[in-house]
Design a protein around this ligand. Structure first.
Ligand code: M6R
Length: 609
């Protein structure tokens, strides 16, 4: 997720910008840059790579000036490169912009600007903003930004500087975070509080649809329509470490709470204006190529593999194409039957997992087309695949994957619908129903998160046990696997996920008095069968926590505790039912006093086979 810093005051802005960007490094980034207004006008320095690379460039020729903007980029549109790094400018070099978020309609805006004679030098959506503001400027930067923003669709936070008004910094927030720091004779902007905490503890938190004009002497807050707002200053008394986690105790908890945004961002412009049709411009397959697909192989590791298990059900149901899901470390060695009619989908949060990358290369060697679902633009997987669907979850810092998994599910739903649209395998009304259901998910996740305390109580009970089971059928089984992995990796409690109907073929022997069983029963058509399996473990003394869809009162009669997820289409339940399981793992780990974000023996990115 990109980081923004801005400064206007009396001090040397370059130092403050670099310092602020260092404080935002935890957000993840692949390039960095600053723009400073100097006696020679607006000067920009930027480069791919770590901040140290930028610092050494600045060391050779420092930028001297008391107003500037800085940025760490986490690539979305266009690979990490010097050209794609922010700040971006217009052709006259009089306007400079830093941006966090996505401009969904940037292609149409870019075409319009090119027709007016603007020349673009990067692949980014951000560069459109600097050109757009320049084209709308009539002597008032605040008004020009307001006009530009009224033309832009998407989620974004902006910092804007112009040489024409060199004492003013403009900040905008629409669904991407931005705060204003208020000092004595100096003011700041930042994506997050840590960026400015060394200089001031007084902040304004911008709400969606608000903007600010900053000079060294003051800050004006206003709506995007220009109506002034008065607001109390917020005094920050967190330390820097807490501030990095936005007040959450751990990155994992923060990332669990970021899921509604990750769902919205991943859907973004991929649903058209009617909200009923999927538009996947990033998938370059022609309808003929899609019709030629005879089988799909989904290949991934760990949590991404579990997302692939849901992906299998989604694609088979919507597109009626046979799908196999494989663990990447096994795939290559089982001599899979891959033909040019096979579509291989590799799923990887980091895009650098060695086994997944090796499977991708094997698939390409055999002539298959490869589609990557990844969270990191410019990663190895993204570069080597034929098509890439990026999950816009933002950087995931905790080793335990949460928002990346659920964003991968959203990507599978979108791709499944896209195939179905092209192949005509399900009727349009069902496509519209699934699309509508998808758009309701973020709010439903929020309502689950609001009940975190209930899950915490269950987790505290579970944390005293050394063994437990997760059971479910169909999609519930796929989610059970993910719930079990999450619990294992951060709480170190041994658990097994079982297809509920399979227990009686051996594993039922392990069920004894008091053993906790987490039973998922969200699938209407499998409900009664699952209830029978729950009764089998209850009869042997298990203590059962049941997860079911709201409005279904039956489960409570057979289990010890229930947790209801909001009702949705059965196909979409994994995107909700996994959330209580993530919280369960988190609170169980906490209760055991473990290092939640950095569990023992594990690494965030596994780059060895
Ligand atoms: O970066 P990737 O998605 O390729 O990583 C795959 C697995 O290593 C990863 O999902 C792992 O299982 C998670 N730590 C589980 O939370």
């Amino acid at each position: 997720m990109c980081g923004i810093v801005g400064y206007v005051g009396k001090r040397n802005s370059q130092d403050i910008l670099i310092d602020g960007l260092k404080k935002l490094e935890y957000r993840g980034y692949d390039s960095a840059g600053v723009a400073v207004y100097t006696t020679d006008g607006l000067q920009v320095k930027k480069s791919k790579g770590r901040l140290a690379v930028l610092e050494s460039k600045l060391g050779e020729k420092p930028l001297s000036g008391t107003i500037g903007i800085g940025h760490t980029r986490w690539a979305t549109h266009g690979k990490p490169s010097d050209e794609n790094s922010h700040p971006h400018t217009d052709n006259s070099f009089k306007f400079s912009v830093v941006h966090n978020g996505i401009i969904e309609n940037y292609i149409s805006l870019k075409e319009e600007l090119i027709a007016q004679g603007h020349v673009f030098v990067s692949e980014t959506d951000t560069e459109v903003i600097s050109h757009l503001i320049a084209s709308l400027y009539e002597g008032d930067i605040v008004k020009a930004v307001q006009k530009a923003v009224s033309r832009m669709k998407g989620a974004f936070a902006l910092g804007v500087l112009t040489e024409y008004e060199p004492d003013k910094l403009v900040a905008v927030r629409l669904s991407s975070p931005l705060i204003i720091g208020v000092g004595e004779g100096e003011n700041f902007i930042g994506s997050d509080i840590p960026a400015i905490l060394e200089y001031t503890r007084n902040v304004y938190i911008l709400n969606d649809g608000e903007m600010a004009a900053l000079t060294r002497d003051g800050v004006e807050l206003m709506t995007l329509e220009g109506n002034f707002i008065s607001r109390e200053l917020f005094h920050v008394d967190w330390d820097i470490v807490t501030a990095e986690k936005a007040g959450f105790d751990h990155f994992m908890l923060k990332e669990i709470h970021e899921q509604p945004k990750a769902y919205r961002d991943t859907m973004g412009a991929r649903l058209d204006e009617s909200g009923q049709k999927v538009v996947l411009n990033e998938v370059g397959m022609t309808p003929e190529q899609i019709r030629a697909i005879r089988q799909v192989h989904i290949v991934a590791c760990g949590t991404a593999y579990h997302a692939g298990l849901v992906g299998k059900s989604v694609i088979e149901k919507l597109a009626r194409i046979p799908v196999e899901t494989d663990v990447a470390s096994e795939y290559r060695y089982r001599a899979p039957i891959i033909t040019p009619e096979t579509l291989v989908i590799v799923v990887s949060q980091s895009g650098e997992t060695a086994d997944t990358l090796a499977a991708l290369r094997e698939a390409k060697r055999c002539g298959a087309r490869v589609l990557a679902i990844t969270n990191v633009v410019g990663s190895s997987v993204a570069r080597e695949a034929d098509d890439v669907i990026v999950t816009w979850a933002g950087p995931e810092i905790a080793v335990a994957s949460t928002k990346a998994y659920t964003s991968q599910l959203i990507a599978f739903y979108l791709f499944g619908l896209y195939l179905a649209q092209t192949l005509g395998t399900v009727d349009e009304a069902y496509i519209a129903e699934v699309a509508a259901g998808l758009q309701e998910l973020p709010e439903k996740v929020e309502s689950i998160l609001a009940q975190a305390d209930t899950i915490k109580e269950i987790a505290e009970q579970v944390s005293t046990h050394d063994n437990l089971f997760f059971i479910g059928r169909g999609l519930d089984y796929a989610v059970a696997l993910e719930g079990s992995l999450k619990l294992k990796e951060i709480s170190y409690i041994h658990s097994e996920a079982y297809a509920a109907g399979e227990l009686k073929h051996g594993t039922l022997a392990l069920i004894e008095e008091g053993i906790p069983v987490i039973a998922l029963a969200t699938q209407d058509d499998l409900f009664e069968k699952t209830v029978s399996n729950i009764k089998e473990v209850k009869a042997r003394g298990a203590h059962v926590f049941g997860i079911h869809a709201e409005g279904d009162a039956e489960l409570a009669k057979v289990v010890d505790h229930t947790f209801a997820i909001p009702a949705t289409l059965p196909l979409l339940t994994p995107a909700l039912s996994v959330v209580p399981l993530q919280l369960l793992a988190y609170y169980a780990s906490l209760a055991r006093g473990n290092d939640v974000d950095k569990p023992r023996n594990l690494a965030k990115s596994v780059t060895v086979e």
